[in-house]
Design a protein around this ligand. Structure first.
Ligand SMILES: [Zn+2]
Length: 474
């Protein structure tokens, strides 16, 4: 058992590095590739140094995961690419233009929303460089830093983690007080991880907009579905018209950082900059400011959590994905098809397992998917959504704000009247000391893997290794 855990842990370290680097490199390389570029798997993963070598060699090996389906989908899209052809090495599918291009001044489908801004007026030079950490010395940063200070939300003086996730941060993993979701599934009352009503699916897509988002938007439109898009700020600068189309079609827009870092590795100011610039580009493009965020990789602890909640009026409420325990998370792992780290068949098997878990719980659920890559969009429109729509008993599929039984207007600062969606900071429990470093700066912690009672460091290490394997390989 001990050997098994150690072996699993080292495998997890490698998988994690590859996973993180593939995600980060993939994000920026895709962002700068022309739409007609050949999508040839590992060759499109740019970067330097050992991390790229690791990603390349791992991706060149046989992808982990099954190559056969272990279930029969309730339905598939007749125009879908064959499942076995959705791989890192397939030739590119055509990108399609947006079904419509909203005009400046149009009225958004959200009550009280201001007229739509002019997307053509978005000047990239007015924003930080795409896919890099925003600078910390700017008038905007001075304002956001002050807002965090003025919020009254205590920011715990938790040390940033080092790159590598759970395996490279054993002390942080053993420190239950920081409520590090990544390694323990720990959440606070202020987090959203589920939809309350059984068989209700909070539909979310991360990392876009991208070249392939219009394909997804078309399908959602055809099926009369709405989703929550966790937007990377850099992609908002690159694809402002797509971001406007998402918003104008009634989808919820939320924050997913500027350059997609693991937030627990950053300083307080770096976190503020990542969130602040993403809020700003979304406001500049749509006219409204989101009040929800999702941390890249689900990487959140009490420091990141409270900085998010302290980000200006209403703050940013963290939205995770559902998790029953370390081995049963609601992550399709669709992202890893592009890097060759898993197969489309395995993603669908993951999806079927998610459906099984969804049917066994009393609450609804939120699933992790992405609109960044061709493969993720093909799987969503060709297989996952058609299967979901044909399931019986039927699923109720909604954006996160609506699965919480709140109107879309509650999702933005300018349109939220606070009657049904008070600022996130109102849910934060400030301890009497209120001192920085307070270990319980927010409300009651709940531990998604039921490991609250584990106090032995060795047990925690085992739990974290398992948790990490789940995050890396599911
Ligand atoms: Zn992401």
């Amino acid at each position: 058992m001990k050997l098994l855990v150690i072996a699993s842990l080292s495998a997890a370290v490698v998988a994690h590095d590859v996973h993180l680097n593939a995600r980060q490199s993939g994000s920026s390389s895709t962002a700068t590739a022309p739409s007609s570029a050949s999508r040839s798997g590992t060759s499109s993963v740019s970067g330097t140094g050992a991390a790229t070598s690791a990603a390349t060699s791992a991706a060149a090996a046989t992808p982990s995961g099954l190559t056969t389906l272990t279930f029969t989908p309730a339905s598939t899209n007749p125009t879908a690419f064959p499942l076995e052809s959705i791989t890192a090495n397939q030739s590119s599918m055509p990108t399609i233009p947006l079904a419509s291009t909203p005009a400046a001044g149009e009225t958004p489908p959200v009550s009280l929303a201001p007229p739509l801004p002019d997307a053509a007026a978005i000047a990239p030079a007015s924003y930080p460089s795409m896919d890099t950490r925003p600078p910390l010395n700017s008038p905007e940063m001075d304002q956001w830093r002050q807002e965090v200070q003025n919020s009254g939300v205590p920011i715990p003086s938790i040390s940033p983690t080092v790159a590598g996730g759970c395996p490279t941060n054993p002390q942080a993993v053993a420190d239950n007080s920081r409520c590090w979701w990544t390694c323990s599934g720990c959440t606070r009352d202020t987090d959203i991880s589920d939809c309350p009503d059984k068989l209700t699916w909070g539909l979310t897509y991360d990392d876009g907009p991208s070249f392939y988002t219009p394909n997804l938007l078309n399908y959602l439109d055809e099926q009369k579905l709405s989703a929550t898009f966790f937007v990377v700020g850099s992609r908002g600068v690159q694809f402002p018209h797509t971001l406007q189309e998402e918003y104008m079609k009634g989808h919820q827009i939320a924050v997913h950082t500027w350059s997609h870092p693991a937030l627990t590795t950053l300083s307080n100011d770096e976190i503020i900059a990542e969130l602040g610039w993403t809020k700003k580009i979304i406001k500049d493009v749509t006219g409204v400011t989101p009040n929800m965020m999702r941390p890249p990789f689900g990487d959140i602890d009490d420091r990141v959590r409270n900085i998010s909640i302290a980000m200006g009026k209403s703050g940013l409420t963290p939205v995770m994905w559902s998790r029953m325990d370390a081995l049963h998370t609601f992550d399709t792992d669709d992202f890893d098809v592009h890097g060759g780290l898993t197969t489309s068949q395995q993603v669908m098997n993951n999806w079927n397992a998610i459906m099984g878990n969804a049917s066994s719980r009393d609450s609804g659920f939120i699933v992790l998917e992405h609109d960044l890559f061709e493969e993720t969009v093909e799987l969503a429109t060709g297989y996952i959504l058609p299967d979901a729509l044909a399931r019986n008993p039927p699923l109720k599929i909604e954006p996160v704000i609506q699965c919480l039984n709140k109107p879309m207007s509650d999702a933005y600062i300018e349109t939220n009247d606070n009657s049904t969606n008070p600022p996130a900071a109102s849910g934060v429990v400030t301890l009497s000391s209120g001192a920085p470093g307070s270990v319980q700066a927010t409300g009651e912690a709940t531990n998604g893997n039921g490991a609250m009672g584990l106090s032995s460091p060795s047990l925690l290490m085992v739990a974290s290794a398992l948790a990490f394997l789940a995050v890396s390989q599911l």
